[in-house]
Ligand binder design. Structure first.
Ligand SMILES: C[S@@+](CC[C@H](N)C(=O)[O-])C[C@H]1O[C@@H](n2cnc3c(N)ncnc32)[C@H](O)[C@@H]1O
Length: 136
């Protein structure tokens, strides 16, 4: 994703939606910024849909079994989704949904539902993850 070549193979003559799930937190902020600027700079218009991790999530990453067990390291914590609007002319945040508010949480196993409920009541924790949508 941070490599420059792949994007040149995507046709650039039409509105384009870029979806990247579970990626931004693995990038540094500079890599994420560069990726977003390359996408928004290539296509005439479109939308970006992706999830992000807040800075508290980055600080507490080793408490998350999936991250710990994978031996992964998360880097980029994004607390203010509107900050990205200055990264490209016309980039506009359309939706920001906190992970604790995502529709369908009732389908999670009881332990997951419980954690989400607890996190939703703790300032700081309730914004640990978000799903974002932008237009450009
Ligand atoms: C949690 S998984 C998300 C999987 C993805 N949503 C999917 O459906 O395949 C994180 C993914 O980010 C990828 N990743 C992390 N850093 C990357 C980078 N700098 N360039 C490309 N991929 C990266 C990892 O290889 C991994 O596949």
């Amino acid at each position: 994703m941070t490599d420059e070549a792949w994007l040149r193979e995507v046709p650039d003559d039409r509105p384009t939606v870029a979806v990247f799930e579970g990626l931004t937190m693995y990038l540094t902020e500079e890599e994420g910024k560069r990726l977003i600027q390359r996408i928004t700079g290539r296509f005439p218009s479109g939308q970006l849909l992706f999830d992000c991790c807040g800075s508290l999530g980055i600080r507490l990453q080793k408490c998350v079994p999936a991250v710990r067990n994978a031996g992964a390291t998360l880097h980029w914590g994004l607390d203010d989704p509107y900050e990205l609007e200055s990264w490209h002319d016309g980039l506009t945040c359309l939706d920001t949904v906190r992970s604790v508010d995502i529709p369908g949480l009732e389908k999670m196993p009881a332990s997951g539902r419980m954690s989400m409920k607890v996190m939703a009541h703790l300032p700081g924790f309730r914004a640990m993850g978000r799903i974002l949508r932008y237009r450009f």
